[in-house]
Design a protein around this ligand. Structure first.
Ligand SMILES: Nc1ncnc2c1ncn2[C@@H]1O[C@H](COP(=O)(O)OP(=O)(O)O)[C@@H](O)[C@H]1O
Ligand SMILES: [Mg+2]
Length: 318
């Protein structure tokens, strides 16, 4: 498969720092989003996602570092950027005095561009009635209106701050499918999220941000094809469980005497030897425990020592 990193860099955040004091803000954050890539920016509330994205959009000047989109500095260039970039803010502000269509028209006029086919396609896809007044719209409907406004010019670059928050599960599904379609159409996408499933389903590259600091940047594929696998084994007797645990060559993570089970990590390249080995013990059952994005993410929010089991994931894990 083609290495996305060889493609043109569209969004380049280079050592961005914004210090709000009291340990808040973002610190030395670097992001490169390549053409046609979907980049996931994953972190809980308060991690610094919106701060980073607002800087990318050029609303704020970096205290340190620099940000370019299409090679052009983004600060104070938001107006020019909006011709190529669809931006969905974390908290969209929509004037309450308008109806949906009035808002969409206002956005079209501001950008000096109209694409009615695309607009109608999006209204249909997200099942939004634009003739309602904004005041009478639910949070989800306002969110959908902001989504339609962000996409209706069919921009090349999509910057989405927690795009599915406020959408119901059905609409979240629609949205995820839409992102995957947009990627197929060659769009470059940066999305922030705290929802593992949507990042997992859409993103090629993922950065985990914690307390304003990037703790890991990696390819989604590398996480799926990790070199270390975890198996759960169930034994016939305590004796055979203990015999297996007692073998110093086995890399045991945990064991449960009551259930007669243990978790063992195995290097992917040693799978065959491992399968041969377990036939020599009274193993009743065994299965692989898939390693998920959620598990990887959580390892940064638990004790430091649970960083083991991550080898095979490339990245700037600090
Ligand atoms: N304008 C601001 N002034 C002071 N602190 C801020 C400001 N904006 C954000 N913060 C703080 O910076 C941290 C990161 O916020 P934010 O980027 O909104 O996080 P996220 O989008 O990941 O939830 C939070 O602790 C937040 O309280
Ligand atoms: Mg936010």
């Amino acid at each position: 498969m083609e290495n996305l990193d060889n493609r043109e860099v569209i969004i380049n955040v280079d050592h961005l720092t914004k210090d709000y004091g009291y340990g808040r803000g973002v610190f030395d954050v670097s992001i490169k989003v390549h053409k046609g890539e979907c980049y996931g920016y994953l972190g809980p509330n308060g991690a610094g996602k919106s701060t980073t994205i607002r800087h990318i959009m050029g609303f704020a000047k970096p205290q340190k570092g620099s940000i370019t989109i299409f090679g052009q500095e983004s600060f104070r260039n938001t107006d020019k950027l909006l011709g190529h970039v669809g931006y969905l803010p974390g908290e969209p502000a929509i004037p309450a005095g308008l109806d949906g269509r009035g808002f969409l028209k206002m956005m079209q006029d501001m950008r000096g561009e109209k694409n009615e086919d695309r607009l109608n396609y999006l209204l249909d896809l997200f099942k939004l009635n634009p003739d309602m007044s904004v005041k009478s719209m639910s949070l989800g409907e306002k969110r959908k209106l902001a989504v339609v406004a962000a996409f209706m010019n069919d921009p090349d670059v999509l910057i989405l701050d927690e795009p599915t928050s406020g959408l119901d599960p059905l609409m979240q599904e629609v949205f995820i499918k839409f992102i995957i379609e947009e990627k197929k159409r060659g769009k470059t996408i940066l999305l922030s999220s705290h929802i593992f499933s949507e990042v997992d389903a859409t993103c090629d590259t993922i950065s985990i941000i914690k307390d304003g600091i990037h703790v890991s940047t990696f390819k989604a594929e590398d996480l799926k094809n990790r070199e270390l696998l975890t198996y759960e084994l169930k034994f016939d007797s305590l004796e055979s469980l203990n015999k297996f645990i007692g073998d110093k060559n086995n890399d045991i993570k945990t064991s449960d005497e009551a259930k007669l089970t243990c978790l063992v990590t195995v290097d992917r390249s040693k799978t065959k030897e491992f399968l041969n080995k377990i036939t020599k013990y009274d193993v009743k059952d065994f299965g692989e425990i898939p390693f998920t994005l959620q598990e990887y993410f959580m390892s940064f929010y638990k004790e430091e020592k649970s960083f083991d089991g991550l080898s095979g994931v490339r990245g700037n894990t600090k």
